[in-house]
Write a protein that binds this ligand. Structure first.
Ligand code: BTN
Length: 252
């Protein structure tokens, strides 16, 4: 996409969504925002697209991004040691934003937004160091008005659950407002409070899980979260593992 074909509404600011770039089709909103980081984008800058041709998921997976879904990326500049906890906690925002629709979403650790046993959305956090400053791009994908036939196995959409289309713009504004509140709480020292809320939303805790990490697989019970948001898994021999980045399957 060329600069000329982008529908832009970029205002300078530091609040979430104060600088907002709207795109029709793009490859990946995370990629577009990454380019804007190179041009000095402000914290809180948002890129939203109607569809993505190369939507990215966690662990190199692709993210199905047909029209009707919500695809948005937000730029933050946290302290490096806060980036992974902030990424984890950002999952609270879309969960909160769904309550006006009468939906109680939950989170599968770390960042899968679930309705029942089906995946409704996910978050991809990507960090870049630019001029010694950490830039965290948080990309949110949410299956809003996407028909079931266009979704991968195990996924669901708001259209499928509610049986009607939702207002995607309203949904986006709801998520951005919740992110603004959440980041302010976090910056004001409220990480513990947010972690308590995350624990309530996280249905991985207390479950039997199978965890795939880069250094091997673990089978056991997800018993806790560390203050940094790592998942504590007690394996079948009683050993405790603190997992930073993994794919988790709920087995019971
Ligand atoms: C996951 O694997 O669960 C994370 C999916 C994240 C998808 C979103 S859509 C907007 C942003 N742009 C991307 O290319 N990916 C993220």
């Amino acid at each position: 996409m060329t600069a000329a074909s982008m529908a832009m509404d970029v205002k300078r600011g530091t609040r979430v969504g104060e600088a907002l770039m709207r795109l029709g089709a793009t490859d990946s909103t995370n990629e577009r925002l990454r380019e804007m980081v190179e041009q000095g984008a402000a914290e809180g800058t948002v890129v939203v697209a109607e569809s993505q041709s190369q939507g990215r998921g966690r662990h190199g997976r692709s993210w199905a991004s047909p029209r009707g879904g919500l695809y948005l990326s937000v730029l933050l500049k946290p302290k490096p040691e806060e980036a992974s906890l902030l990424t984890l906690l950002s999952g609270i925002a879309p969960a909160r934003a769904l309550t006006p629709l009468g939906l109680k979403a939950h989170l599968k650790w770390p960042n899968d937004l679930m309705l029942g046993r089906a995946k409704l959305g996910g978050i991809l956090g990507e960090a870049i160091l630019r001029r010694k400053e950490l830039h965290l791009i948080l990309g949110f994908g949410l299956n809003a008005n996407v028909p079931r036939a266009k979704l991968p196995e195990g996924a669901t959409s708001l259209l499928q659950i509610l049986g009607r289309k939702v207002d995607v713009e309203e949904l986006m504004q709801g998520i951005l407002a919740q992110l603004e509140t959440l980041f302010s709480t976090f910056k004001a020292g409220g990480a513990e409070e947010l972690l308590r809320e995350y624990r309530i939303l996280c249905t991985t805790l207390g479950r039997k899980v199978e965890v795939r990490t880069a250094s091997g697989n673990i089978r056991g019970a997800a018993v806790d979260l560390t203050p940094h948001g790592l998942l504590v898994v007690e394996d079948d021999r009683g050993r405790r593992h603190e997992v930073a980045d993994a794919t988790v399957r709920h087995v019971a």
